[in-house]
Design a protein. Structure first.
Length: 639
């Protein structure tokens, strides 16, 4: 086998396995560095697009290899669990309100599972240490950026100061806790081939994690340290590859680093024992950190309680994969609506899986974790020089799983790719080792052209959401500046590239309304409300536009048309009042409803329908008792 590889290197020939390895390296190298300032949503879209492009091309390369040569397929410990999990995700589509989000979520799950299998069958073992090196060095650079941000911040905020290239401290923490165990294991390796530089990088990465002040990430990091410690203390085989002295030195250093960081914002710890009522009543002058973290805890509790309500309504199938954000507004208590206007994640991945795809799906995912953990603990000392990367990846996937119980790691491409790559390695390393003994297929020119064509196709297809989001950012900026013509030009481009995003249609509806194009505003508003039926704001422009169209027809003497528009508006009011509304929204929509019934009454009165007009004015006053025009008209009709 070594002779074959030597000859290939001498001829400068590239094999498919080598290409697969480099694509994985590119994915892990570029995912964390994709950065768009002042727009958090674009981070998610762009990183996911890159993930799709890389894995799609890995799949194409895999198919070409399968067609060109025999490939022995084998069972893996997670096959049955992945099959059931994916099937349950598809079945959940029965209840999905937003089918586009459902398909997008299923696509995401498919590509994550595909990464697992591509890694097993086609990833070259000799690239493993290279990938770990790339991951650690990348995380170190990002950690240095984060530390620099913390040191140079004039006004330190817990969520927005230490973000590096991730736009939010939580997202940064999700990434760094997946890399920290890799660096930790490298730094305490018994042989000194790697350890020296990692004695510096490990504290740097740890410091950045601490500076995010993400308590869930702290717990995830601690879990990986404890796991490595337990393995060192309980396994004589493991001790062969690690230095206990280096481990004690590193852990002591990390503890000393954590103390001043915690003392800088003690409120992060204090918030764990202070509730929101205590903060308001007894501690009005508490620090920013306490207030911020107490608020975060209150929001998490509200989200978890609301998610459990969702699960109890559909425990077996869920609300549909990808539909958590769409459906959760329906279950929120009115007094909670103002706490966090838009909830994207449950901040507990198991709860979110249960809500979207049913409790059985969440149980299956727990089995995936338990199976992987069992295989890891069973085989941790069987791979000689590869025991260090093997154990480090095991600690990484444990840290991510632990943190995901208070965050949304598995729903972010950067952290989820590391998690599923780790699963593939720790569950199937023996198979990968034996497979790598076989010569890989050499890439020929024709094959290269085929791969290039598919790469361009994937680029055109998966980049569309990124382009749509870029135009949306421009449209949002134009709307803030009051440049509605420019806003509409950009948002129309967004819709051209992605015609299934509610916020694009909402922005288009707002722009159309501001430009007095009420018919288009109605069309766009209806599309937005169909995609997100439980968010009251999506109906506001629709109702306003229908009222304006009714007013226009009333002035032109088209009373029948005006009545139709007013009654359509009232139908949507009825839908809105079924939703959980804040006190402010109840007041706003009640006033709007009162005005609409007043306008309808005027139309009916002008047509000679005194009985209908009387009923409309009375209904108007039920919603808005102090609305003076309705009071005067009612007196006029009754007299």
């Amino acid at each position: 086998m070594d002779d074959i590889k030597k000859k290939l290197r001498q001829k400068k020939i590239v094999t498919y396995n080598q290409l697969s390895g480099w694509l994985v390296i590119i994915m892990f190298l570029f995912l964390p560095f994709l950065f768009f300032p002042n727009t958090l949503e674009l981070h998610f879209v762009a990183k996911k697009a890159l993930f799709y492009i890389i894995v799609f091309n890995l799949l194409i390369i895999s198919v070409i290899q399968i067609l060109k040569g025999k490939r022995d397929f084998f069972r893996t410990p997670l096959d049955i669990w992945f099959a059931i999990f994916f099937l349950l995700s598809i079945i959940s589509g029965i209840n999905a309100i937003n089918k586009t989000e459902f398909l997008s979520s299923v696509q995401y799950i498919f590509f994550l599972i595909a990464l697992y299998y591509v890694t097993i069958y086609f990833f070259p073992k000799e690239k493993l240490n290279t990938i770990i090196t790339v991951l650690i060095h990348s995380a170190s650079i990002i950690s240095i950026i984060a530390i620099f941000q913390a040191l140079n911040a004039d006004d330190f905020t817990l969520q927005e100061t230490v973000t590096a290239t991730f736009g939010h401290s939580n997202l940064l923490a999700q990434y760094l806790i997946a890399i920290f165990p890799l660096s930790l294991c490298r730094s305490i390796e018994a042989r000194k081939k790697y350890s020296t530089i990692y004695l510096i990088e490990t504290p740097v990465i740890f410091s950045a994690i601490m500076l995010t002040y993400c308590r869930g990430a702290w717990i995830g990091t601690l879990s990986s340290i404890v796991l490595v410690c337990v393995l060192l203390l309980t396994s004589t085989e493991t001790k062969k590859y690690f230095s206990i002295g280096s481990f004690l030195l590193i852990v002591t250093g990390l503890f000393l680093i954590s103390i001043p960081i915690i003392l800088q914002n003690t409120g992060v710890i204090q918030s764990l024992v202070i509730n929101n009522s205590d903060l308001k009543e007894n501690n009005p002058d508490e620090s920013y950190a306490v207030k911020s973290k107490v608020k975060t805890l209150e929001q998490r509790k509200e989200i978890w309680e609301t998610t459990i309500k969702m699960i109890s309504d559909s425990p077996l199938v869920g609300v549909g994969s990808g539909n958590f954000q769409i459906v959760i507004p329906k279950y929120r208590e009115p007094h909670d609506v103002n706490k966090e206007s838009v909830i994207k994640w449950a901040h507990n991945d198991l709860l979110e899986i249960a809500a979207e795809s049913g409790i059985p799906s969440a149980i299956i995912f727990v089995f995936i974790f338990i199976t992987a953990l069992w295989v890891f603990l069973k085989n941790r000392h069987l791979y000689g020089e590869y025991s260090v990367p093997f154990i480090s990846l095991g600690a990484s996937f444990v840290a991510t799983f632990v943190h995901s119980q208070t965050s949304f790691n598995l729903y972010q491409a950067t952290s989820a790719t590391i998690f599923f790559f780790s699963l593939a390695i720790i569950c199937n390393f023996k198979r990968i080792d034996s497979r790598n003994a076989e010569p890989s297929i050499v890439i020929k020119k024709n094959d290269f052209l085929i791969a290039l064509v598919f790469f361009l196709i994937s680029l055109l297809f998966f980049v569309k959401p990124v382009l749509a989001e870029l135009y949306y950012v421009k449209a949002a900026k134009a709307s803030k500046e009051g440049n509605w013509q420019n806003c509409m030009q950009n948002i129309n481009e967004s819709i051209r590239y992605n015609n299934s995003e509610a916020k694009y249609f909402y922005t288009a509806a707002l722009g159309s309304f501001r430009l007095a194009n009420y018919s288009n505003a109605v069309i766009f508003s209806k599309k937005a409300s169909n995609l997100t039926p439980y968010i009251p704001e999506t109906y506001k422009i629709l109702i306003f536009s229908l009222n304006e169209m009714g007013n226009k027809n009333y002035k032109e003497g088209n009373l029948d048309k005006a009545i139709v528009y007013y009654r359509n508006s009232i139908e949507f009011f009825e839908k809105v009042f079924l939703l959980p509304l804040s006190k402010r929204n109840i007041k706003v929509y009640s006033k709007l409803t009162g005005i609409t019934y007043y306008n309808l009454g005027n139309c009916l009165l002008k047509k000679g329908d005194f009985k209908g007009a009387l009923a409309s004015y009375k209904t108007s006053l039920k919603f808005s008792p102090t609305y003076q025009p309705s009071i005067l008209k009612l007196q006029e009709v009754m007299s």
